[in-house]
Design a protein around this ligand. Structure first.
Ligand code: CMP
Length: 136
């Protein structure tokens, strides 16, 4: 049975700043993702706090929210068969140091904070995160 899923992908400030957004989008397309929606925006820190509220008790929460709101980002709804898992595999481990060859974070990530991309981690969060950026 087919299981086409949409998930939210964010190209983070470190990657947009280095003009890697087109290159990263091409990697998604090469893996068979369709980019259904996309926009380049800069968000307020308060919006980053809302987006990342699942991490609000973590020691890195404040820095994480400052960082995501520090410059332009590209937010995308991407779609593929089993897309949530496929996106996580393409991104690689959260810490670029642990990411496997061929993954986006291995290729472009600078540090655990500046890890170039975000992706939803579950079907439930994909819906919440897509709706956060693309309410229609
Ligand atoms: P992301 O997938 O966007 O989700 C939360 C982010 O917090 C994560 O990527 C990292 O960039 C960042 N982060 C910073 N420190 C940590 C940490 N110790 N563990 C997990 N995520 C961290």
């Amino acid at each position: 049975m087919s299981n086409v899923e949409q998930t939210l992908s964010i190209i983070k400030p470190d990657a947009v700043e280095r003009n890697l957004d087109n290159e990263i989008q091409q990697l998604f397309k090469d893996k068979g993702f369709q980019i259904i929606k996309e926009k380049k925006i800069q968000i307020e820190k308060s919006e980053a706090e809302e987006f990342y509220k699942v991490h609000q008790t973590k020691p890195f929460y404040n820095d994480l929210c400052s960082y995501l709101s520090s410059g332009p980002i590209v937010v995308m709804v991407i779609e593929k068969e089993n897309g949530i898992l496929a996106n996580r595999e393409l991104m690689g481990a959260t810490n670029p140091k642990d990411a496997q060859e061929g993954t986006i974070r291995k290729k472009y990530g600078i540090s655990i904070d500046k890890n170039s991309v975000h992706g939803s981690d579950s079907p439930e969060n994909a819906k919440i995160e897509i709706n956060f950026f693309f309410k229609d």
